[in-house]
Design a protein around this ligand. Sequence first.
Ligand SMILES: Cc1cc2nc3c(=O)[nH]c(=O)nc-3n(C[C@H](O)[C@H](O)[C@H](O)COP(=O)(O)OP(=O)(O)OC[C@H]3O[C@@H](n4cnc5c(N)ncnc54)[C@H](O)[C@@H]3O)c2cc1C
Length: 294
Amino acid sequence: MKPAPFQYVAALSVEDAIALLSKYGSDAKLIAGGQSLVPMMNFRLARPEWLIDINRISGLAGIAQKNGALRIGSLTRYSELEASEAVQRSVPLLGLMLPHIAHKAIRNRGTIGGSICHADPAAEMPVAMLALDATFELRGPTGTRRIAADDFFIGQMTTGIEAEEILIAIEIPEIKNSEKHGFSEFARRRGDFALASAAAVLRFNGERISDHVRIAVGGLSERAERARAAEALLAGKAPTAALIEEAAKAAAAEVKAGSDLHATEAYRRSLIATQVKQALAVAVDHTSSTGAKK
Ligand SMILES: Cc1cc2nc3c(=O)[nH]c(=O)nc-3n(C[C@H](O)[C@H](O)[C@H](O)COP(=O)(O)OP(=O)(O)OC[C@H]3O[C@@H](n4cnc5c(N)ncnc54)[C@H](O)[C@@H]3O)c2cc1C
């Protein structure tokens, strides 16, 4: 398959990219790693008349630690995140999750910002962003604004970003002493998108889970979602096996899952329960996640 004809322009700065987005409006698309946009163009699911390449913008990629948070430039590749000691140490959830995304070749090109803006309901990155309480910095013609991951993912491939805005950076709070992370996913084959995935961030007060409990689930009908009923069940309690089981069932019941080509609703909900249970078990036991791709 080949894409419909398009024009190409490389932006040399963020201001340049915003000016080009303003000029070409809905006829234009930014291209980062191209690992989602190009397949969509090849299938003629996307037909931008203008491709605005952001790969030459300096300062849009990179990882920095600042004020207890990790600031990750939107153009940072998955492979850079995987190789980063700061990421592995300060946000272990990303370390657990990244090997599940596609294959190495795709992780060498795909960017964190591209995945967040593409907002595929089966993608892993939005799930991690919700669990980690990430904040996104967006810039557009009227300036810079910040938006929480909780408010960003709206629906299937639909987000809170405006047409003339560009995602600049992602800020993720660094792990606290009392905090534990877990991730689990089920995909049919290595490299496939998840049929169901779950991420858990738990903070502890001694033996009990504190009020800071964040569970997010992916592989759903519309978008990655928080499992708030499951979070409420866990808050303030000791994480017994029975409680984890109960929370996993609550999560599977509360999120929006439907039937599609890949799985029936019942099968998907059963997978979600298993993934939430495993993500919680990984967090509680602080062992590594299962089934990671290489
Ligand atoms: C075979 C294959 C298997 C895959 N498997 C998985 C998988 O298991 N899990 C998974 O999560 N993903 C998977 N992917 C998708 C991959 O993760 C993509 O890299 C990612 O979704 C998009 O990142 P990108 O940098 O390539 O973005 P692009 O494809 O360049 O762009 C995606 C969208 O985001 C927009 N965009 C990009 N950057 C910005 C920005 N800074 N500001 C505003 N808008 C922006 C673009 O305009 C476009 O609409 C797979 C892809 C392939 C080809």
